[in-house]
Design a protein around this ligand. Structure first.
Ligand code: ARG
Length: 432
């Protein structure tokens, strides 16, 4: 027996039901706690405007608490035949309390209900992503400090270019994450606005107190215009996805560097055997599968904004059921992002960095610019100094002086680690 909130006495075709509900029963479980939170705020507000009596509210709130406890304990399920989490919560209340349970939906639609759930859900997911990014950032900053004097080759066009350092390399990914954090914060601010009261998308003839529910749910402010509130479904997801894609791009790039530097031809970094994987045929192999999987997952995450854009492009104004399918795309993405950030932090705890890389004669020419600059500092015009060193390289007579002396802000000798850390702290503060 199908149990639709909208049942008007006919039995919907089972195939239609299966097709339209899709993955919702599983996906909506992640929204359950937020659905209860939204209902608590909504009915508290309904009582304040006289649409529920004090006694009704006092009966409903403990019943919602019981459902919340079931959710936290993993006992909550969405029964076969029930369309979604919103329906399940209302059915449970009606089953337990009778007619009072049927009163909670006044002045509300599943359209604003799912929006509230999603906003609260994204707010928490964005906090989780911010926390995990913050932990990876801290690890990178610590490694940058620890290895600040270890030189490594810097490349351009994949050709040996100029001296760099592990201090710079770790610090670069740390600072790059601060740029991503700006986007994550923007997504958080977009998500942190209250759509409740927009109902089906055009408001209600009840005098709903939207400031009150905004306060009760801890949102920054209402999403004022009821139509704009509905339009934020899709917009919010795309903002979240763009921020995730930015972090994924940084993380995927780092994973690529590490895959390359674990290659014995480079041999710049190693990880303990237990953190590498083997080959079924080649007994000597220690493969960087973790970083490869991370690179792949991060590439997939970068396709999420595009998937959402295509799914929602040119939808008519107002609620359309297509919007439901965004959950299938964005829910796994937030999970995957946190997993990869945590895995990266775990792996980097165990990284070993090679010392003395630039002592190898194969890197002799990496010191040519240092030599040119030394000549310039002693008064030789730059173009003449460049030509002199260039001719020495050409004739095979160049002898490197391996001393590296970079002191300006953000360079090998002055990587501005404290400034970068301060920048991240400012960006993380609004999430707390
Ligand atoms: N499962 C639906 C979704 O995620 C809930 C809202 C349903 N609203 C409706 N008018 N059918 O969009």
């Amino acid at each position: 027996m199908a149990k639709q909130l909208w049942n008007k006495g006919f039995e919907p075709d089972q195939l239609i039901e299966k097709y339209t509900v899709g993955q919702d029963r599983e996906l909506d479980l992640r929204l359950a706690r937020y659905d209860v939170e939204g209902s608590r705020a909504h009915i508290t507000m309904l009582e304040s405007i006289g649409l529920l009596t004090r006694e009704e509210l006092d009966t409903l709130l403990p019943a919602l608490d019981d459902i919340a406890a079931d959710i936290e304990a993993g006992r909550f399920t969405i029964e076969p035949g029930v369309e979604d989490v919103h329906s399940q919560v209302e059915f449970l209340l009606t089953e337990r309390l009778g007619d009072i349970g049927k009163k909670i939906h006044s002045g509300r639609s599943r359209n604003d209900q799912v929006l509230v759930d999603l906003k609260l859900f994204f707010r928490d997911e964005l906090r989780r992503i911010a926390d995990a990014t913050g932990r990876l950032f801290d690890r990178l900053i610590a490694l940058s400090e620890e290895h600040k004097d270890k030189l490594m080759p810097g490349y351009t066009h994949l050709q040996v270019a100029m001296p760099s350092s592990f201090g710079l390399w770790f610090g670069a990914y740390a600072e790059s994450l601060t740029d991503d954090m700006q986007l994550l914060l923007a997504a958080y601010r977009i998500a942190n606005q209250n759509p409740l009261g927009s109902a089906a998308g055009y408001g209600s003839s009840f005098p709903l107190d939207r400031e009150m529910t905004t306060h009760l749910l801890g949102f920054d402010r209402p999403h004022y215009n009821v139509v704009a509130a509905q339009m934020s479904r899709g917009k919010t997801e795309r903002a979240v996805a763009s921020a995730i894609a930015a972090i994924a791009s940084t993380l995927g790039h780092m994973a690529m560097d590490l895959c390359m530097w674990m290659c014995p031809n480079y041999g710049f970094v190693t990880f303990p055997d237990e953190l590498t994987t083997g080959s079924s045929i080649m007994p000597h192999k220690k493969n960087p599968d973790v970083w490869e999987i991370m690179r792949g997952k991060c590439n997939r995450l970068q396709s999420v904004p595009n998937e959402l854009t295509v799914l929602t492009a040119n939808l008519p104004l107002g609620y359309n059921r297509d919007l439901q399918l965004m959950k299938d795309i964005i829910f796994p993405a937030t999970t995957s992002m946190v997993e990869s950030l945590e895995m990266a932090e775990f792996m980097l705890r165990h990284i070993t960095v090679k010392s003395g890389i630039l002592d190898d004669p194969r890197y002799d020419y990496i010191f040519t610019v240092e030599e040119v600059n030394r000549l310039v500092a002693s008064g030789v015009p730059f173009r003449d100094a460049y030509r002199k060193v260039g001719m020495e390289v050409q004739q095979g007579t160049f002898k490197p002086n391996r001393e590296v002396h970079h002191t300006h802000l953000g360079s090998i000798g002055n990587p501005a680690t404290a400034e970068i850390a301060a920048k991240m702290a400012t960006l993380l503060a609004p999430f707390r």
